[in-house]
Structures are given as C-alpha cells and as structure tokens.
Design a binder for this molecule. Structure first.
Ligand code: BGC
Length: 757
C-alpha cells in the first residue's frame, strides 16, 4: 500500500478523524479509500477483548480468554525465550480474534512497592525490564500483530495518575525510567507506544514534544505511532504538534474539529498532520495486509499458561529442604487461596478467564491432603471456627502449606497500596500454626512485595506472584518437585516500607511527586547504602545447588569502546536437574560521578543436569559502563577501574575481577577563575605548570610563610592544608598569594592553552 498516496487522497476532515478512536477499542476506517477499522485490546498478559459495551476498567465482560502470568511473575523467570513464546501465543490469539495491537507490555519501573499496578510492571531494574519487554514484543510482533509499550513515561504510581507531575531530573529519567522504552524501541521496534496520563516536569506526556519527538523519534528512531492512554489527552492540538498521533478512546468529534481548525488557522501545519496520519496508517496496514486469522485454542493455551507459570515461581526460603513435599507425607493445606487462588490484578488488564486451575484440586491428584480455610482470601476478618479447624489440621500434619496473599482490594489499577502488609489475620494465623507445627511452608499470591513478620518461624516460602489462571497446575508441580523452581526476584523485598528509597517522597503532594532518590531505585539504593533487606534483587533458590566459578574476561583492547565478553562456568552440584539465573553486574570504581554501587548489565538462564557444567557467556559494551551525563547530553563511560561481578543475586556475588578501561573521550573542561586547584589536579598535563607557576603563586611572600611555619604548624596540619588547597578557587590566589588580576587571567589563559593542546 502506498501510504503517502493514500494520505494525499484524504480530506482534511478524514485525516483529522484518523487521529482519534471510533469507539473504545477501534480506530476509524474510511470506506471510500479502503481504510479498514482495526481493533486494539488490552493486554498485557492475555487478551481482554471487549466486543460490545467497551470500558477501559474491565467492568464489562470481555470474551473468554486465557490469563497468563502477570509481569511481576514473568519477569521473575529471567527467561527471554519464555516471555518471547508467551508473546507468540498472545500474537496468535490476536490474529484469531482480529486484534491489530495488544496494549502492553507495561514497563514502568517499580519505584515504590506500593504502586497499585506493580503487578503488571516488570521490574525495579531498567535493564531487566527492557530485555524482557523486547523479547515479549518480538514474540507478539512475529505474528504480524503490534504491541503498545506503555505507559510512556514516569508513570510510577496510581495516586493522581491522570494529573500528577513526576518531577524527575534528566539523568534519572534516562538511566532509570526511560531505559526500558529505549531498549525496546531500539531492539524490538514496537508498532506503537502508549503515552502516560501524568505530567513530566510540568508537561503532560500527551503533549510533551521533548519526550514524544526529540527522544522517542529523533534519538531512538521510533517509526510507529504514539497513542494516548485512555483519556490522557489534555490539549489535542498541542498533542499533535508534540508527536501524539492517536487519541484513544473516542472523544466525539470535538477534538477532530480542533485539529481541522488548527490547520486552517495555520497553528498546525498540514504536513505535520499528514505525517501523523501516515504513521497511523503504516501500522494499520502492516497488520491488515498480513492478517491471517486462526483458531484461539483456549484449552491448549491454558496448558501453555501452566508451563510458563511453572518457570516463574520464586523459591525464597527452603530451610532443611522442607520442599518439595511428597505424597507419603501427611499434608495440610490452609488458606482460602488454595481453593480460590489470586492470580491476576484488577483493572484494565483483567481477563475474563476461560478456566481456572486451583492448587488444592491439582494437588489432590497427587496426594491426600487435609484442607482448612483458616482465613478468607478477600477480607481481614478472623473467624474463630475457621481458625480452630486450621489449627487442628496443622497439628495432625507432617507438613503444613499455608496459601497466603493479598486480597483483590489491596492492590489494583486506580489506587496505590496503603501499606506493605498482608492482612493481619493471615500473619497471626501463620505464626500460630508455626507455633504448633515446625514444618510450615508459606505460598504467596501477591503482585508486589509484602512484609513477612513470621519469616523466621517458617521453613519454606514460595513467591507465586500473580501467576495466571493455570497457577494451580504450576504450583502443584513446584510443591511436589515435578518442576524445580527457577524464578529469581525482579525486585527487592525490603524489610519494611520506611526502608524504601522513595519513602519520604511517595506519592507526593499538591500535584507533584519528586523523584528525589534519583538513580538510586530498588537495589541500587539498598546495596549502595549497605542496608539489610528481606530478600535481595535477583534472589531465588532451587531444589538443587549451583557453583559459579572460572570467571574469564575477554577483550580486544582497553578502551570502553572495545566490546567485552564475560564468561563463567556454572555447575549443578546437587542431585536434581535445575535452572540457574546467572547475573552480571558492573561496579564503577572510577569515582567520576555519583553512581550506584553496582548495576545489572547482563543475565542468562541455564539448565543443568546433576553434575553437569556449562560455560555461560555475556557481553558488555560501552553503554554497560556509561551513565547519562547532562554536561554533554549523552551517555558517558569514564576511564578508570571497574569491577565485573557475577553471581546469582545482587548480594550473592560468586566471582569478581577488576578491570581498567580507557575512556573514548574526556568530558569537556574549561578552566575559569572559579576553577579549584583540586579540579586541576585531575589533569596530569598540568603537572609542570602547577609546580612552576601555580604553587609558587599560592605560597605568597616569604614573610607569611615564615609566620605560618612558626606559629600555625600545629593548627594547620598537612592534611588540612592539602584540603584547603584543593578547595581553593584560582581567584583566591589573589587574596592569599598576592597575584594581580592580570596575572590571574594570564594563569587561566595558560591553563586552557595547555589543556587544549
Ligand atoms: C490503562 C491502560 C489501558 C487502557 C485501556 C487505561 O486506564 O492505564 O493501561 O491499556 O486503560 O484499557
């Protein structure tokens, strides 16, 4: 299809019309020109296709579909291939249901564990979120169906999500909040991007030219169209000018008319409108011309959802190898979630499930189990009768598995959590049961971290997250050891809420939320501050154990531009087949800028038979060593020392090596009269000038020096004098050394001459 020609045949009104939805889920078509009406649907972890009465919050029923594990769970797999396969399945489902774009993945960074939508989001780490999102996108789009990566950008809370301004400095935006989008755009070429509701530094994302045009298109090369989140448009014309192509959902014809008027009045150029429409139509036809239909085999996809969920479970604790359980043991299952699992979150991602597999029914296929509800899964009310039954079941059992978690009302789109606790009735019952039976395992169903006041009283903990409709099959496999758990945390579990990096600035006041913790999100904060956490980022156990050794660093040269290959050997030293997640962190020791102690820059998941050993190789490039420098408006990798660290969590580093890299360029520097002596010391080429000209000028006349020698030697130690020199600006030599203004300016001139040689 010749899109340019097509656009040239459209009237101004038709073009403006293309820039907003026909209804909740469709784009408009133009019959006379053969432009089809295509559909978009939520997303991200299954299809929420609403046919008739659309609404974006999931209140009205959508078609029966398959609910896959949510982002919190799939990212814990650290398995690019797995999430890519999930994308392929969802892509096939979209083809079968004639959906052109699935609204996801959702890659907003988990800034606070309280964000109501964390269950959908991927990680606190931008590299991990970006890698996993790219794989998901490649999967979906391999089926000629698009994605809408969302919510662009800095939408990290639900509180006042449609109006609040995220106040974030540029370095933090680039390194943390934009990075998953940047990676996905560059690596996976998403068909569309969904802009967020909120403002960024005072400007709505939907009309933020810096975000939607300069960064997204000019710098990253995004070719698709940007759609608004549902109702995110503030000023429609400003939006088009800024680079927002499609307004969703329908707005009547008012905003289309504003676009027409703006073109007529010359406020918006028709060329700009044409480009907007071209981007939309390119994507519409990319889908339409490759439409092939198919069958949505729900039964088969349910099985696949079980396989995916099995790879996402995180074994957090397994003292005395309490897990796996066996059919020979007397087992008690306690907690409403055993029968009625919580496996998805509320809001726009909510799937109308085709079928649900609960853990009790699935486990009963494997063993005799005594079940007691103990507590309901949707309230914090204690019921004496239920507690009594639970205690007596626990007393009679060899092992007790307690199915705990957050009620639906505790976490959802639309509002944030109020605290990090489980319902108190659950905490109390866990402790009481642990008091009468030493063999307690807790299984958690939640979308983001919870406090575990009972952690030292129980032997086992499995974090099941929100694992999709087939959760029961996956959990039973893990509990009974048919699947060896291999998930690792994509986020830190802090000990308590007040430990979290943004505690003092979440969710903000008076319409603004300040990201004052800067680049120190998640483990970047806890780790740099050497704080104790409940479970660190990257943590996850297995029923077998692994050894990581033999670190090798292969590089062609010493420059930051020379790609580096890092390899380690991983050996399964236990007696079961299992999978380990190898994590590669880089630690900047150059001291050039304030940076987190270490940052994830690579990972691989590897499967090993007992006794088997494999070499895992990961690559580092210049970006792996770079921070975003606002001085040069670019990424900058300083020269100097770096530690290369490999382990299986950010706390458990098995092997490390220090390397020295040469920078590709120096940061620009121009001496001024306010430049300090300390700053000049960083430039070895100034060594001779320092000794011959600056130092003598600093020591001033002999009389002062003599006085200093006799009277103040004790008061002014060598250390203090060095510090004073370092912090002294050149212009102060005038006061202490006694040079003239002319000599001072000559000095600055000479310094710059030497530096620019
Ligand atoms: C959500 C989006 C979603 C859209 C359509 C909005 O409220 O923020 O994530 O895709 O609704 O349902």
């Amino acid at each position: 299809m010749d899109i340019k020609k097509l656009v040239s045949e459209m009237t101004l009104e038709e073009k403006a019309g293309m820039c907003s939805g026909k209804d909740y889920w469709h784009l408009k078509g133009v019959e006379r020109l053969g432009i089809p009406e295509v559909m978009v649907s939520d997303g991200p972890h299954g299809l929420r296709k609403q046919d008739e009465e659309g609404d974006h919050l999931g209140v009205n029923d959508s078609i029966k579909a398959v609910c896959f594990p949510a982002g919190c769970a799939t990212t814990s797999s650290f398995d690019r291939e797995l999430i890519r396969k999930m994308g392929e399945i969802i892509g096939d489902e979209c083809q079968a249901e004639d959906v052109s774009v699935v609204l996801g993945p959702a890659v907003n960074i988990k800034r606070s564990p309280l964000c109501g939508r964390n269950f959908e989001y991927m990680s606190e780490d931008p590299y991990l979120a970006g890698e996993m999102a790219s794989s998901y996108i490649k999967g979906v789009q391999s089926k000629n169906v698009g994605v809408s990566i969302k919510h662009f950008a800095a939408n990290n809370q639900e509180h006042e999500r449609m109006s609040c301004s995220s106040e974030v400095d540029e370095r933090t935006l680039r390194e943390i909040y934009l990075l998953p989008f940047e990676k996905a755009v560059k690596e996976a070429d998403p068909y569309t991007v969904m802009c967020s509701y909120n403002k960024i530094n005072g400007t709505f994302s939907s009309e933020n030219e810096w975000l939607l045009t300069k960064v997204l298109r000019d710098e990253w090369g995004f070719k698709g169209y940007v759609m608004s989140d549902w109702g995110a448009v503030n000023d429609r014309v400003r939006g088009v000018i800024a680079g927002l192509d499609l307004e969703m959902p329908v707005t009547g014809s008012d905003n289309d008319k504003l676009i027409v008027d703006a073109v007529k009045k010359g406020i918006l150029s028709e060329k700009k409108l044409d480009e907007t429409v071209e981007r939309i139509l390119n994507t519409v036809f990319k889908y339409f011309e490759n439409k092939k239909g198919g069958i949505f085999d729900r039964e088969k996809d349910h099985e696949k959802a079980a396989d995916i969920a099995s790879e996402c479970m995180v074994l957090l604790k397994n003292e005395e190898d309490i897990l796996p359980v066996s059919a020979d043991e007397k087992l008690a299952f306690i907690g409403g979630f055993a029968k009625k699992p919580r496996f998805q979150g509320g809001g726009s991602s909510h799937i109308n499930c085709f079928k649900i597999s609960d853990t009790l029914s699935e486990s009963l296929k494997r063993a005799d189990i005594t079940y007691a509800e103990g507590f309901a899964c949707d309230s914090d009310e204690e019921d004496e009768q239920k507690i009594k039954e639970a205690l007596s079941a626990a007393k009679a059992a060899d092992k007790v598995v307690i199915f705990a978690g957050l009620p639906d009302s505790y976490e959802s789109e639309g509002y944030d959590r109020k605290h990090m606790g489980l319902p108190e009735c659950q905490n109390r019952l866990i402790s009481r049961i642990a008091g009468i039976n030493p063999n307690v395992i807790v299984v958690l169903h939640n979308g983001s971290p919870v406090e575990m006041p009972w952690i030292n009283e129980v032997k086992g903990v499995i974090e099941a997250y929100l694992s999709g409709e087939a959760v029961g099959i996956a959990l039973s496999r893990v509990l009974f050891g048919e699947v060896n758990p291999s998930g690792h945390l994509a986020e830190t579990f802090p000990l308590k809420l007040s430990d979290t990096p943004c505690y003092l600035n979440f969710p903000g006041k008076r319409g603004k939320v300040y990201y004052r913790e800067g680049v120190f999100t998640g483990y970047r904060y806890y780790d740099s501050k050497d704080m104790k956490v409940l479970f660190p980022f990257g943590h996850g156990l297995s029923y077998t154990s692994f050894k990581i050794d033999n670190l090798k660093i292969n590089r062609r040269g010493n420059k930051v531009t020379d790609d580096i290959e890092v390899s380690v050997d991983v050996t399964n030293i236990g007696d079961r087949k299992g999978k380990e997640v190898i994590q590669l962190y880089v630690s900047d020791r150059t001291g050039t800028e304030v940076r987190p102690l270490k940052e994830l820059k690579g990972f691989e998941k590897v499967e090993l038979l007992p006794g088997e050993s494999k070499t895992v190789t990961m690559k580092l490039d210049q970006r792996s060593f770079a921070y975003y420098s606002t001085e040069i408006s670019d990424w900058y990798a300083p020269g100097g020392e770096y530690d290369i660290l490999v382990g299986n969590s950010c706390e458990n580093i098995s092997v490390r090596e220090r390397i020295i890299l040469e920078a590709e360029r120096e940061l620009p520097f121009k001496a001024e009269v306010t430049t300090t002596i300390g700053e000049l010391k960083a430039y070895p080429q100034l060594g001779e000038f320092m000794e011959k000209v600056i130092r003598p000028a600093m020591s001033g006349d002999e009389e002062t020096e003599k006085n200093e020698n006799s009277s103040s030697k004790e008061a002014i130690t060598d250390e203090m004098s060095e510090a004073m020199d370092n912090y002294m600006p050149l212009r102060a030599i005038r006061s202490f050394g006694g040079i003239t203004n002319e000599q001072l300016y000559d000095m600055v001139y000479e310094i710059n001459k030497i530096l620019n040689k």
